[in-house]
Design a protein around this ligand. Structure first.
Ligand code: NCD
Length: 271
């Protein structure tokens, strides 16, 4: 137990479900000696009509100096950052389809533990890339450190409409997996998929589930990642999720260390 954040109040405000991000931020903050508020949003005064902004300003008035926020609308998080005192810190723990920066950091760190040179890696992302803030943050982060070959393996309805020309889209999973060093599976984010697209995805697992047979197309030392939560049997089979190429629980474990590093770094420049 360290005391870098001793006496600091950190508020976790998660307006969307979370297991890994919420708990790892809480563990990270407590390991650094902070006092963590996990405000129950369903029993807060939001239910009485208070705005999110008033709620945050009130918690700030009680001494909270760091807000860790997840919201279905990235703009709400951006607006909140404008409303807070300049010395208050806001960490985006997942904003809409757009941003999930701490996940990107833990993903890069986890890859670097196995494959330290990002430049020539072939990275295959399978599944719902369009609605995935994990994918968007990951692509923008990794392309700052190197020029990997990124392949998106998904039906067209699940591929982002704007892509830069260093990224290829491959509809066939076996083709897309050929020679891959890293495979990242992503959940179908039903909460963000419209009904028409959902109806067209009934064959998704037959066409795109990562099975042991399909993984044979990748390099022998391929690593398999997933940000969680997994829908076993949909985007990833049990055998792959629990298999020897899987580093999924390593990602989770690294999530605590990365979030400790993030909190410590931010505490040295602000709160
Ligand atoms: C993801 C998220 O919430 O964006 N999970 C996570 O934070 N580890 C991915 C998802 O919900 O599918």
């Amino acid at each position: 137990m360290l005391n870098t954040l001793s006496g600091k109040i950190i508020a976790n405000l998660f307006f969307e479900p979370s297991t890994r991000t919420l708990n790892s931020f809480e563990i990270a903050a407590k390991r650094l000696g902070a006092f963590v508020l996990n405000t129950r949003l369903d029993t807060s005064s939001l239910a009485k009509g208070e705005t999110v902004f008033d709620m945050v300003k009130n918690l700030e008035a009680m001494g909270a100096s760091v807000f860790i926020i997840r919201h279905s609308n990235q703009k709400v998080i951006e607006e909140m950052s404008q409303q807070l005192n300049p010395q208050t810190t806001l960490i985006n723990a997942g904003g809409g389809e757009e941003e999930h920066p701490s996940q990107a950091l833990l993903d890069l760190f986890t890859i670097s533990c196995h494959k330290p040179h990002f430049h020539h890696l072939t990275i295959a992302m399978i599944g719902d890339i369009r609605h995935s803030r994990v994918a968007h943050s990951f692509i923008s982060a990794i392309t700052k450190f190197g020029k990997p070959n990124i392949r998106l393996i998904a039906p067209l309805s699940l591929v982002p409409s704007h892509l830069n020309n260093t990224i290829s889209v491959i509809n066939n999973i076996e083709e897309g997996l050929k020679g891959a060093d890293v495979v990242i599976c992503l959940r179908l984010q039903k909460e963000r998929i419209d009904e028409k697209t959902w109806a067209s995805l009934q064959d998704f697992s037959a066409d795109y589930c990562l099975t042991e047979e399909r993984l044979q197309y990748a390099k022998p030392d391929v690593i398999v990642m997933h940000p969680g939560p997994m829908n076993r049997g949909v985007e990833i089979s049990n055998a792959v999720a629990d298999g020897k190429q899987s580093i999924i629980l390593e990602q989770v474990n690294n999530g605590v260390a990365i979030r400790m590093a993030l909190l410590e770094l931010l505490s040295s420049v602000s709160f």
